[in-house]
Design a protein around this ligand. Structure first.
Ligand code: ATP
Length: 230
């Protein structure tokens, strides 16, 4: 199954192409890293994938369907946006109740187990959590929806190095345990190299490189020859 296919995909704001001539064909089951500098078009591509934006040009399908084409498709794709709201005045338990009401496939046991492992008590108010804990709560809510694809827009950008590592480790474990496909963005390749097995490099609104990390490394080694610095 193809998790994300884009053909000549483009999105224009006024006269500016935020994403242009994007071709992708990504099999399911990967943790895909989307890397590029600020303004490269990462959020635009993610918003197209989850159906929050419509393309100006070309086509995109996610899990075989047009993004945002109906409730069934929306339930298959989880989105942890840069500004995913956790409600400061609500407890973690309230967030779980909200998740259960909004998502038909909600897995409450999974959410509770994960929060317990993280040491996050259900009665704590989201507004009292640290940045790393809030990010973990958002990740837990995304996973408990039991999507087939989880899209995360720069989830670790504002976190300290320890919280970054813990978040990415948890994401990797969840992806492996639940056979979840993941699309994860960052402007730092160092965030992605440990967790992703597929990489998309986006620069100036265009996909410059896309492929399995192993293949990209093999190509790199073929082009540059054996390393002499060892
Ligand atoms: P960042 O890492 O800063 O979040 P990004 O790679 O996610 O950047 P996008 O947010 O997709 O990049 O933006 C791509 C380009 O499109 C940028 O030049 C941005 O200014 C522009 N852009 C994004 N959203 C809009 C909008 N709603 N209206 C006009 N221009 C926009």
């Amino acid at each position: 199954m193809t998790v994300l296919r884009a053909q000549a995909l483009g999105k224009k704001y006024g006269s500016h192409w935020a994403l242009k001539d994007c071709d992708l064909d990504i099999p399911a089951g990967h943790v895909v890293g989307l890397v590029g500098p600020n303004g490269a078009g990462k959020t635009t591509l993610m918003n197209l994938a989850v159906g929050q934006l419509r393309p100006t040009a070309g086509d995109i399908t996610v899990l075989g369907n047009k993004p945002g084409s109906g409730p069934a498709q929306l339930a298959r794709v989880g989105y942890v946006a840069q500004d995913t709201p956790t409600y400061a005045g609500l407890s973690i338990a309230d967030h779980l109740r909200l998740g259960a009401r909004l998502n038909p496939g909600w897995d409450d046991a999974l959410a509770r187990n994960r929060l317990e492992q993280l040491g996050l008590g259900l009665d704590r108010k989201a507004g009292k959590l640290s940045g790393g804990q809030r990010a973990q709560l958002a990740l837990t809510l995304g996973i408990a929806k039991r999507p087939e694809l989880l899209v995360l827009d720069e989830p670790v950008a504002a976190l300290d190095p320890l919280a970054r590592r813990e978040f990415l480790q948890g994401l990797m474990e969840a992806a492996a345990e639940q056979e979840l496909s993941v699309l994860l963005s960052s402007h730092l390749v160092s965030d992605l190299e440990r967790v992703c097995d597929y990489l998309i490099v986006l620069v100036d609104s265009r996909v410059r490189v896309a492929g399995e990390v192993e293949e990209l490394l093999a190509t790199h080694h073929r082009l540059t020859g054996p390393r002499r610095d060892r």
